[in-house]
Design a protein around this ligand. Structure first.
Ligand code: 5RP
Length: 223
């Protein structure tokens, strides 16, 4: 199976999970990235069953609307039963690194509202310890140099994502060389640096369910 076929298979499994678990008439949270895009395409078949979706990025909003799925502002929504999104790395505790597509802040906000976070990815994303994938950190532009110095004090090597501005008008520092032994503590430490909007560690709010695309089929994994 190609990587795209694995992504397609987990995306369909997530749509099946949504159909079985999200009440008719509810609003679905939708993530960002190539795997999430396959999920959006699968969700289109269910669009008459749901009121609509909340999007974690402008790209996702456009793709949902392209399928005729109504997109709600999160402030209009009290309850998201299921949020489906990809990840750049995921460990055995279902802690994740996200933000390869730069949408980490909105993804974290939608995930905070959702009851169940379903992570969808192919098996290349499953790791014993996170940190090989550089950790994205969204930064207020005027704080870029200060935040970079503080991240270096934590042992990281921050690299500005060139030519990239987030949907929120901010910058991304991709941080290499971090030894992530305690993801929850590190997530909090980085978020305490003045000028950081948020970072791509999802350990305080990990996934509840991982649908993992493998050569042998889609595996359902809980922490
Ligand atoms: C975007 C993300 C994505 O979920 C992550 O980068 C995975 O993307 P893909 O499914 O394309 O591998 O966090 O900000």
């Amino acid at each position: 199976m190609t990587q795209d076929e694995l992504k397609q298979a987990v995306a369909q499994a997530a749509a099946d999970y949504v159909a079985a678990n999200a009440p008719a008439g509810s609003i679905i949270g939708v993530g960002t990235g190539s795997t999430a895009n396959f999920f959006i395409d699968a969700l289109a078949a269910l669009k008459d069953r749901y009121k609509g979706a909340v999007a974690s990025s402008e790209a996702t909003r456009q793709r949902l609307e392209g399928h005729g799925i109504r997109v709600f502002d999160l402030n209009e929504v009290d309850d998201i039963p299921v949020y489906v999104d990809g990840a750049d790395e995921i460990d055995a505790g279902l802690n994740m690194i996200k933000g390869g597509g730069g949408a980490l802040t909105r993804e974290k906000i939608v995930a905070a509202v959702a009851t169940t976070f379903v992570c969808i990815c192919d098996e290349s994303k499953r790791v014993a310890a996170m940190g090989k994938f550089p950790l994205p950190v969204e930064v207020i532009p005027m704080a870029r140099a200060h935040v970079a110095r503080e991240l270096a004090k934590l042992g990281g090597t921050p690299v500005l994502r060139e030519g990239f501005v987030t949907d929120n008008g901010n910058l991304i520092l991709d941080v290499k060389d971090l030894h992530i032994t305690d993801p929850k503590t590190l997530e909090g430490q980085i978020n305490q640096i003045t000028g950081v909007v948020t970072n791509g560690l999802f350990a305080m709010r990990p996934a509840n369910l991982l649908l993992l695309g493998t050569a042998g089929g889609v595996r359902s994994i809980v922490a």
